[in-house]
Design a binder for this molecule. Structure first.
Ligand SMILES: C[S@@+](CC[C@H](N)C(=O)[O-])C[C@H]1O[C@@H](n2cnc3c(N)ncnc32)[C@H](O)[C@@H]1O
Length: 346
């Protein structure tokens, strides 16, 4: 077909296949593909409205304030309202990608991806400074609304995916664990998504389950009473010593190696010979990498000057922190989500 069809037929077929792909993908994959945020609430307006909305209506209701273009980190101020503004161009572009639908000239509605819109409001992090993620986190934490959006995004991001507590041998490894000792510490655990999940998956887990994050995030935590919450900065000494598991999900990929080492050494200092560090992260294959993985890697590079890591890089990083990899289990195909279990070197 590539050689015989005319350009229009080929283009239409490609677009139809794309629409089929979008219809099949789950929300967490859509979220990765979009990589765009819009603070005009246009996504919200479209997804809440039963009927298509005109560009003028959208521009008027939104006040046509600021808009973030689809390129990561690129910000642009919109001036004026009406059909000849950037908003129209932006919406047409979104529509051309199938993110929203153009129902008529200058008239739009939500696409089948409407479910993810409420989570698409956190802005790209700033890209300046020596350690962009820290600057971005600090900035975000001064803005309660953004903190809340980010926390919701983190909560939603993996909620539809396979969870590592479905297959890790937690019950078996903890069957003799003393009830008064810390069993699971989720470092940078957000509002408690994984603490709650481990309790659901392992209802008889003995020992204390502790959620740690920065104060503004802990203030938003919604966890059952038997989960302890603790405001803690992971660049400072870890106050919980000798826990069975120290669990860090999506923390390392936010940081360059030197900062990861600081965090890992804080954990390693608190670990006993029985402790296990669990890093729940992407492990990049050495070849034939899926675009979801490369895209996430580039997003981390552009936004935070950080990186996704290959198995060799993980082993080297952990080795420098005095830790030894015991096992790596990759549990999703698309994103190569993996659990790296490590213990202190003897
Ligand atoms: C990418 S999110 C991951 C959240 C959670 N682990 C998950 O997978 O859903 C990074 C988390 O690290 C937290 N964080 C950032 N800097 C921190 C610090 N210095 N100390 C403790 N937590 C921090 C953020 O507030 C955020 O909840």
């Amino acid at each position: 077909m590539a050689g015989t069809a005319d350009e229009q037929t080929r283009r239409r077929t490609i677009d139809a296949l794309r629409d089929l792909q979008y219809a099949l993908e789950p929300p967490e994959e859509t979220m990765q593909r979009l990589l765009v945020s819009l603070d005009l609430k246009i996504f919200d307006m479209l997804s809440e409205s039963e009927i298509p909305l005109s560009l003028d209506e959208l521009a008027q209701r939104s006040g046509a304030g600021r808009i973030l273009l689809g390129k990561v980190g690129l910000r642009c101020r919109i001036v004026g309202t009406g059909s000849d503004t950037f908003a129209g161009r932006f919406l047409r572009h979104q529509s051309s990608l199938g993110i929203i639908k153009e129902t008529d000239k200058d008239e739009f509605t939500a696409s089948t991806q409407r479910g993810i819109f409420p989570f698409q409001r956190s802005r790209p992090a700033c890209t300046s400074g020596n350690e962009p993620i820290r600057g971005a986190t600090k900035q975000r934490l001064t803005r309660p609304r953004e903190t809340s959006y980010f926390n919701r995004f983190m909560y939603a991001q993996r909620s539809g995916m396979k969870n590592c507590f479905s297959f890790l041998p937690i019950d078996q490894e903890c069957k003799d664990w003393p009830a008064d000792q810390p069993v699971f510490v989720d470092v940078g655990g957000g509002t408690g998504q994984q603490c709650t999940t481990i309790k659901e998956k392992c209802p008889n887990l003995p020992g204390r389950v502790i959620l740690q994050d920065l104060p503004a995030v802990i203030a938003e935590a919604k966890v059952p009473d038997d989960i302890e919450t603790m405001a803690y900065d992971f660049f400072t000494p870890q106050p919980i010593k000798g826990a069975k598991y120290y669990y860090l999900r999506a923390i390392m990929h936010d940081h360059a190696d030197d900062k990861c080492l600081e965090i890992l050494k804080r954990v390693a200092d608190a670990m006993s010979p029985k402790s296990i560090l669990l890093l729940d992260e992407i492990v990049v294959p050495n070849k034939n990498v899926e675009w979801y993985v490369t895209q996430t890697d580039l997003a981390m590079m552009v936004q935070f000057s950080s990186t996704e890591r290959t198995e060799d890089q993980w082993r080297e990083l952990l080795g420098k922190a005095g830790l030894e990899v015991q096992k790596i289990t990759t549990y999703t195909y698309t994103f190569r989500l993996s659990v790296i279990a490590a213990m202190k070197k003897e």
